[in-house]
Every structure is written in structure tokens, then in C-alpha cells.
Design a protein around this ligand. Structure first.
Ligand code: OAD
Length: 269
């Protein structure tokens, strides 16, 4: 356990927790060296450049100019491919190990939760390493050098990024990433799991960490848990839309606060 001290009232409340939901955003990967989207140094920080990136990462641009979409994606996946899980990711694995029931809802497409060893993950925005051909529907992936899978059947992300254009399927079609672009619907199967695991039956504890909580499907599980009398915690150095209604807003870095919470939770399995 690190030096981060949790409030006494929170330590007491954590003793009764059996089931846990964790919701993560780009902030949890900031300590792994991946830029966030919003805020200082974020991908959308410069308003003009940010607008251009949002446009590049949109469904219409993918159709009209997939090379442009991919150049933006290579920026995101390129930062991820060099990153390793940090203390925050590892603490979430420990929380899952201790809980009777656990779900992780992440907006991140960097694969770091998967790499850290989290199991019950709803990656609601997808995974930047997974590909699907827009012509024939065949699935493929980038080999993930972080898992040692550099000689697999997949594509070499560095080579594709250096080419600076959309990767191609053997059928001649263009691959798209299995991520949700602006203007696209969320995947139905993942939404169904979100409803079942976080809304229909809210866990005893729901933690929101490293997200600016811009989207209703991120805010809602926190609201529902709070209304149902469950324990809610936000971990974020900055205030967000949800700071005022969580039971505890820890103004801290994920890598400091999450290990303290993991250590304070009782073993339930
Ligand atoms: P944002 O970039 O909007 O927010 C990151 C949050 O993390 C901010 O509130 C920061 O204050 C906080 N933060 C920064 N460093 C932190 C640290 N070390 N520990 C804890 N918190 C920290 O990222 P998201 O909320 O994930 O969507 O953005 C949501 C979605 O918007 C993304 O998934 C992406 C983007 O458009 C799509 O691409 C569909």
C-alpha cells in the first residue's frame, strides 16, 4: 500500500463492500504516458487541432477518407503500443480479485486493462488493436508487441503507421478499427452488459476514475448507484460533472488512490 490516506469514513464504508463496479477513462492511463483527450496536453487541448482530430475520428471521414481517420488512430494506438499498465491498472485487478462480483467499464481503447490482467471488462468504446474489414467483414488484429505477440498472424502496427494509410485486407478492402467513432452507435451487446451489470443491479461500490464523465452512459451508473444508496467514489485531480453527487471525491491520481482502496477492501472470495 502506498502513502495515500483515505478518509476514515471511507475506510469504514469499504468494510461492507462485496460487489464493485469501476468506470475508467483516459486519466487512468495518463500515468502510463498516454495523453488524455481533454485538459492540458490532451489530444483535444488545442481547439482547432482538437476539432480536426474529432472530424478525422468520425464515421463520415472513415467513409470518405479512411487514410485520414487512420492517421489520427495511429497517433492514439502509437502512444498505447509503447505504454505499460501502471499502479492504477494493477490495483483494479486486485479489486476484482477481492470482490464477489466485479465489472470494469472502460472508455479506453489502449488495451492496458486487458494487459494488466482485468477479466470482466466492458470496453464500451472498443479496442484499437482489433480490426474488421469494411468490405468482407473478416476480423484481424494488430500484433500487440506488449504481449510478446510480435510474430502472430496479425498486422505490424509500426509498419502500418509508418505507411500512414489505412491498412488493407487481403480481399482489397480497407480495415476499420473495432472502436466507436464519433457519430456511431455503441455496440448493443456491450450496452446490454452495462445495463445488466451496473444499472439493473448496482454494485455495493461504484468508482469513477480518470474520466471527465462527458457521456450519459458513464454518468448514469454513478447516479443510479447513488440513488440506490450504494457507495460512490470519484478519483480525479480535477472536478467533473459528477463530483458534486458522489459520496467521496478523492482529488488524487489514480495510481495513488486506487492501490489504497484495493488494500482497504476486505477479501470476499
Ligand atoms: P478525458 O480526456 O475527457 O478526461 C480525462 C480525465 O482524467 C480528466 O478529468 C482529468 O482531470 C483526469 N486525469 C488526468 N490525469 C489523471 C490521473 N493521473 N488520475 C486520475 N485522473 C486523471 O478522457 P475521457 O473521460 O476518457 O471517446 O474521455 C471520454 C471519451 O472522449 C474518450 O473515450 C474518447 C473521447 O472522445 C471516443 O473516442 C469515442
Amino acid at each position: 500500500m502506498g502513502d495515500f490516506a483515505l478518509p476514515e469514513a471511507l475506510l469504514v464504508a469499504l468494510r461492507d463492500v462485496r460487489s464493485v463496479g469501476v468506470i475508467t477513462g483516459a486519466g487512468i492511463s495518463a500515468e502510463s504516458g498516454i495523453p488524455t483527450y481533454r485538459g492540458k496536453g490532451g489530444i483535444y487541448d488545442d481547439p482547432d487541432e482538437g476539432d480536426r482530430t474529432v472530424e478525422a475520428l468520425s464515421a463520415p471521414t472513415l467513409q470518405s477518407d479512411p487514410d485520414r481517420t487512420w492517421r489520427a488512430l495511429f497517433q492514439i494506438a502509437g502512444a498505447a503500443v509503447n505504454a505499460r499498465p501502471n499502479a492504477g491498472h494493477t490495483a483494479i485487478v486486485e479489486i476484482e480479485r477481492k470482490a464477489e462480483r466485479f465489472v470494469l467499464l472502460t472508455q479506453n481503447v489502449d488495451g492496458l486493462h486487458r494487459l494488466a490482467g482485468s477479466r470482466n471488462i466492458i470496453d464500451i468504446h472498443g479496442d484499437a488493436f482489433e480490426l474488421i474489414c469494411m468490405s468482407c467483414g473478416k476480423q484481424n488484429q494488430f500484433n500487440d508487441p506488449r504481449t510478446g505477440a510480435t510474430t502472430g498472424q496479425g498486422l505490424d502496427i509500426h509498419r502500418c503507421a509508418a505507411a500512414g494509410r489505412a491498412p488493407r485486407c487481403p480481399c482489397g478492402g480497407v480495415y476499420r478499427p473495432e472502436v466507436v467513432l464519433f457519430g456511431e452507435m455503441l455496440p448493443e451487446d456491450k450496452l446490454r452488459r452495462l445495463y445488466a451489470e451496473l444499472l439493473d443491479n448496482p454494485p455495493d461500490l461504484v468508482i469513477s476514475v480518470g474520466t471527465s464523465a462527458m457521456f450519459p452512459y458513464i454518468v448514469q451508473p454513478m447516479l443510479v448507484a447513488r440513488m440506490a444508496g450504494k457507495l460512490t467514489i470519484e478519483i480525479n485531480p480535477e472536478p467533473t460533472e459528477i463530483s458534486d453527487f458522489v459520496a467521496f471525491h478523492l482529488k488524487a491520481k489514480a495510481g495513488d488512490a486506487l492501490p489504497a482502496i484495493a488494500a482497504a477492501l476486505p477479501n470476499r472470495v
